[in-house]
Design a protein around this ligand. Structure first.
Ligand SMILES: [Zn+2]
Length: 328
């Protein structure tokens, strides 16, 4: 339904017009990981590599893909088209294995926001453990009463349906304290072992992957904190510590000063933005959709999330800013 609307508006020139009207703005796109075409993995964070290639072709034809540093310094602007910044959250190995070759092919810069405690480990994020455990499980329901979470139906008619069920679990677990969240994910994964193929797809970057990408000059490393804590849920001292550690470790890994950050889950408040700025961060990114405009607070730069479920029509509308208008 909405796809038809986006397609129709595109045919009428709406995306072209918006890209022109908003040529002084920047659309920052937020990705997470990629999966090979036909992998069977269904998570909104994991975009199909073939789809990603189509998206880069669209960007090459209609926008100027720039680095965060270029977007921060409008005076040095060279192009005349709407600008796009590519970002990847969390630090998945698939950014190196599947996205980096395409970034090189297209000559497009990107920033990967790394959760430093996970680099070089077999660790999986709590939500990936839950997705991995429940994606193909045959049970009809998950009884999480022991954790005060109640019962979640899992019976599904299709993979899309199963994903909706899993999202209900993720949404309920997300708001628990850090240790509680980890314990629930461990408990679910213990009952429903995560297949190796899925575990592999959600794997994290290694230091050598990051070094190679940064050395290419095309990819920049940014902080996504040390342990992916939701910064507004922990005390100020702990927040300062996870920010400091991630910046320091990334500088050690890449040999470059790191001055960008994305807030885990997008959550921030005035104390957090002040803390981030104090640690030398020049640009910090949220998950709130919107354009990065000349007057935007550099500690709260909005981003458009690109999900595995976005059609080509919707992607074009995200990039032009049309999707934000249609949903408003
Ligand atoms: Zn994240």
């Amino acid at each position: 339904m909405r796809e038809a609307l986006y397609g129709g508006l595109d045919a009428l020139g709406a995306n072209r017009l918006l890209r022109h009207l908003r040529r002084d703005h920047v659309a920052v796109l937020m990705y997470h990981g990629l999966v090979p075409a036909g992998s069977g993995i269904r998570a909104w964070t994991m975009v199909d590599q073939d789809g990603f290639r189509c998206q880069l072709s669209h960007l090459r034809d209609h926008c100027d893909v720039v680095s965060i540093a270029e977007a921060l310094a409008p005076g040095r602007r060279t192009g005349h088209r709407r600008r796009v910044v590519l970002t990847f959250d969390d630090g998945y190995r698939s950014v190196y294995e599947l996205a980096f070759p395409l970034l090189r092919e297209f000559g497009m810069p990107a920033t990967v926001f790394v959760t430093t405690a996970f680099v070089d480990t077999d660790g999986m994020f709590w939500y990936d453990r839950i997705i991995g455990a429940l994606q193909d499980t045959r049970i009809d329901a998950l009884d999480a009463g022991a954790f005060g979470l109640g019962r979640f139906p899992l019976a599904a008619r299709s993979p899309a349906d199963r994903w909706d069920r899993i999202q209900d679990v993720l949404e309920a677990v997300k708001w628990r304290a850090y240790d509680r969240r980890e314990a629930i994910a461990d408990w679910i994964a213990a009952q429903h072992p995560i297949p190796d193929a899925i575990r592999d797809r959600f794997g994290m970057l290694r230091t050598r992957d990051l070094r190679e990408m940064v050395a290419s000059g095309l990819v920049e490393a940014g902080s996504h904190t040390h342990r992916h804590e939701i910064l507004t849920q922990i005390d100020g001292e702990a927040a300062g510590e996870t920010i400091r550690m991630s910046l320091q470790e990334l500088a050690a890994m890449t040999g470059r000063a790191v001055t960008t950050l994305s807030y885990p889950n997008g959550d921030h408040d005035p104390a957090i933005t002040a803390c981030v700025a104090r640690h030398g961060v020049a640009a910090a990114f949220t998950t709130r959709p919107g354009d990065w405009m000349p007057g935007t607070d550099p500690m709260r730069i909005p981003r458009y999330g690109v999900s595995a479920f976005d059609s080509e029509e919707r992607f074009r509308a995200i990039v032009s800013g049309l999707a934000g208008l249609v949903q408003a």
